[in-house]
Structure formats: structure tokens, C-alpha cells
Design a protein around this ligand. Sequence first.
Ligand code: HEM
Length: 138
Amino acid sequence: MFYIIIKLIHLFSVLIYGGFLFTDNLILMRMKKSLSEEKYNEVRGHFAKFTKALVPKALIFAVASGLYLFYVSFGSIENGFSNFQILLSIKAFLASWLGLRGVLQVFFGIQPFVFKGHLLPFVLVIIIVFLSQIMYSF
Ligand code: HEM
């Protein structure tokens, strides 16, 4: 039962984080083309104000709950890694890196060297979700 609760926390926090990236990359970016710069900055300011309180916390919950899910579902290693363990490890690495990057950026103001924006996290989240679906089928 506890595992299911953590998995639900994982899915909802991923939904909030992924939803933010989707809105930012696919909606706000498109609005930039149709709004004046002043109007766009105003809209963006409001978006940032409302999301700043929630999204970084959702990312932390996604990573923390993921680490627990990983610990329980990884399984023992027999004659090297199974395909499931390889795919889950790639997912866990990419997602943990996203988490670390996000926490350093938001809570410590430490910017990554490259790709400071939200496009890279968006692409990585799509890859991570894809991995989360294929990892059980190999
Ligand atoms: C932003 C980051 C993350 C995203 C977008 C994400 C996405 C997902 C999704 C969509 C699932 C559901 C799969 C399903 O039931 O169909 C899932 C499950 C899982 N995630 Fe994540 N995840 C993230 C971070 C992490 C991290 C950091 C870890 C481990 C260190 C992790 C480990 C797992 C595990 C083990 C499962 C399988 C749970 C199960 O099926 O019982 N996740 N993740």
C-alpha cells in the first residue's frame, strides 16, 4: 500500500512539473509571437509568480519519490544488469540530473553552463516518460 501511495505522489508531482514545462514551451513561447514584448513580459511575470511556489517543490517530490520507487523496484543484479535495470538506471540518472539542476538553479541561483531555459528539461521529461513505459516491456 505504501508503494502505491509513493507512486501516486510520483505521478502527480511529475504531472505538475511536466505540465509546467508543456505550458511554458508550447503555449507561452507561442504567445511571444502574438503579444507585444511588454504584454508578453507581463504575462510571463504572472506565470512565473504562480509557478515558482509550486513547480520546484513538485520536481523535488518527483525525484525523492522516484528514488524510493527505484530502491524498491530495481531488484537484485544477476549476471549483469537486466534490460529493465539498464533502462530504469538511464531514467533515474536523467531525472536526478534534472532534479539537481533545478534545485541548484531555483534554490541556490547556480545556473547551468548551457541550456539555461526550459527546453532541455521539457525534452528530457518526454524521454523519461517514454523510458518509464518501455522499461517494463524489454
Ligand atoms: C522529472 C523526473 C521524472 C519523471 C518525469 C518521471 C516519470 C515517471 C512516470 C511517468 C512513471 C510511471 C510509469 C507507469 O506507471 O506507467 C514513473 C515511474 C517510475 N519512476 Fe519516475 N520520473 C521522474 C523521476 C524519477 C527518478 C529521479 C527516479 C529514480 C531515481 C524514478 C524512478 C521511477 C520508478 C522506479 C518508477 C516505476 C514505478 C512502478 O512502476 O512501480 N523516477 N516515472
